[in-house]
Write a protein of this length. Structure first.
Length: 141
């Protein structure tokens, strides 16, 4: 089963940990740093459309907990969000993490995504636990 993780570069190590845990569970996982992915033909060709679960991770926000513009644009301009199972997470390093998480979930739902799961992640260990929890998607599809 194919999964995709879209994230900002500040959380690369956490995302790699999640990707490894999911691959160890037998998933085919693609990682996309949002600013870089948007520049590629792979992103625009709809690669995400074949993913059964899209995981969106945020490691940086404004001081007020606002979502960075590139994240909002990514979700708002992505034709693959609608009708997809989406999991979202933010790191504890994010300013006002719970506010940011709620905002991220709201944007996903406004764009037609089905919120599968969400989490505030503190370290690589909690990232791995979240990834293992996400592996339950096998049971829902």
């Amino acid at each position: 089963m194919k999964l995709a993780i879209a994230y900002n570069k500040e959380i690369t190590n956490i995302v790699k940990t999640m990707g490894k845990a999911l691959r160890d569970e037998g998933f085919d996982v693609d990682l996309f740093e949002i600013k870089e992915a948007e520049k590629t033909d792979t992103f625009h060709s709809g690669l995400f459309s074949s993913s059964k679960l899209i995981i969106i991770g945020l490691g940086q926000t404004s001081r007020s907990g606002g979502i960075p513009m590139e994240f909002e644009e990514f979700i708002n301009n992505s034709p693959f969000i609608g009708g997809k199972q989406i999991a979202v997470f933010v790191t504890k390093k994010v300013n006002r993490a719970s506010t940011s998480l709620k905002h991220l979930m709201k944007i996903v739902e406004e764009n037609g995504g089905f919120l599968f799961d969400f989490e505030i992640i503190g370290n690589e260990e909690s990232a791995e636990k979240f990834a293992l929890r996400l592996s339950s998607i096998r049971d829902t599809i």
